[in-house]
Design a protein around this ligand. Structure first.
Ligand code: ZN
Length: 333
């Protein structure tokens, strides 16, 4: 073989291996005929406003982990996952029941075990080697000094985005499977020491070759200003964020937020740690999506549905959707 032929062959080999190694997800458009079928069989999934108003209502008692309202909120999310026909991550159903340590109601020196549930759904990919885990906690702090703390922003907002993403990504996957699993995790116990996510990270450990977590907590606030792509574990422990996986996740997310005209920042006025912390603690790559200016409003009686900017919430959802659809399996290379 002469030198020229050798060079051409080598070039072809490099190009072929590039296309095999990393393919972006090819979004298929919906044919007109199929649009009608989808419409006819669609169950009614509440929109983001309806979800936020429901989760913030008196019935759910501020969703404190030990209240009946927390159980009702879990059932509400469970039923929506069921209507969406998500697969279950665990063999049984969407409930991930876990136990956590607490103190007795009448004596805080006595430690006891209590049970609670996360709600976990899944869309299986063509391959299930890797996964993107989208999470949002549904619990809140309940009644404080006789006043109901509704938690519309913290974090009914995140749950509404989680459900809406599950709905849209499920429809997209029925036309064209994703090259990775997508897990939807509505976590419990965030407000009492991240108990739900800590337990779930143990459950998922070893299941995938690689996983990324995107955690949504307190988004769509009218005065929230920039979107913060937060890395709470490293921030709290004074560690650097630099790793190739972290950079890949951060840069990709930032790109899709900017495409949707949202400004991102790494700085939060509230040094919040949310469930993304539990993933980072165990060495998984994770980013928490919050907003710059939420500290003044969360955990107060002013955290009500009226403070939500639904146009902003829609753009946040679209940015995450575009990220999941647009990244393809290049994210995992
Ligand atoms: Zn929160």
């Amino acid at each position: 073989m002469n030198k020229k032929k050798k060079t051409i062959l080598l070039l072809l080999l490099v190009l072929t291996s590039f296309f095999i190694a990393c393919s972006t997800y090819n979004k298929k458009s919906i044919p007109e005929s199929e649009k009608n079928i989808i419409k006819d069989t669609e169950v009614n999934i509440p929109n983001k406003k309806e979800i936020i108003e429901k989760l913030s209502s008196d019935e759910f008692e501020g969703r404190f982990i030990k209240n009946n309202g927390n159980k009702l909120a879990g059932e509400y999310i469970y039923n929506i996952f069921s209507n969406l026909k998500l697969q279950s991550f665990l063999k049984t159903n969407y409930y991930h029941i876990y136990s956590y340590e607490d103190t007795a109601d009448n004596d805080t020196t006595i430690k006891i075990k209590r049970e609670a549930s996360n709600i976990i759904g899944k869309i299986s990919g063509k391959e299930s080697k890797n996964a993107i885990i989208i999470s949002a906690h549904f619990d809140h702090i309940g009644i404080q000094s006789g006043k109901l703390i509704r938690g519309a922003l913290d974090n009914a907002s995140g749950v509404s985005v989680l459900i809406s993403l599950a709905d849209k990504l499920k429809k997209e996957s029925s036309r064209n499977s994703f090259p990775y699993d997508i897990i939807f995790a509505a976590f419990n116990g965030e407000e009492v020491g991240l108990t739900g996510s800590k337990s779930f990270v143990t459950e998922i450990s070893g299941v995938y070759d690689k996983l990324y977590n995107i955690n949504i907590d307190s988004v769509g606030y009218k005065d929230g200003e920039d979107i913060v792509l937060n890395h709470s574990f490293n921030k709290l422990h004074g560690k650097s964020n630099s790793s190739s996986d972290y950079d890949k996740l951060y840069n990709n997310l930032k790109k899709y937020f900017e495409i949707n005209n949202l400004t991102t920042s790494k700085v939060s006025q509230a040094y919040l740690s949310s469930d993304d912390y539990s993933f980072q603690e165990k060495g998984y790559t994770s980013i928490g999506i919050i907003e710059k200016n939420v500290k003044k409003i969360i955990h107060t009686t002013n955290d009500i549905p009226e403070i939500i900017d639904y146009n902003k919430l829609e753009l946040i959802e679209k940015s995450i959707y575009d990220f999941v659809v647009g990244s393809g399996d290049c994210l995992f290379k």
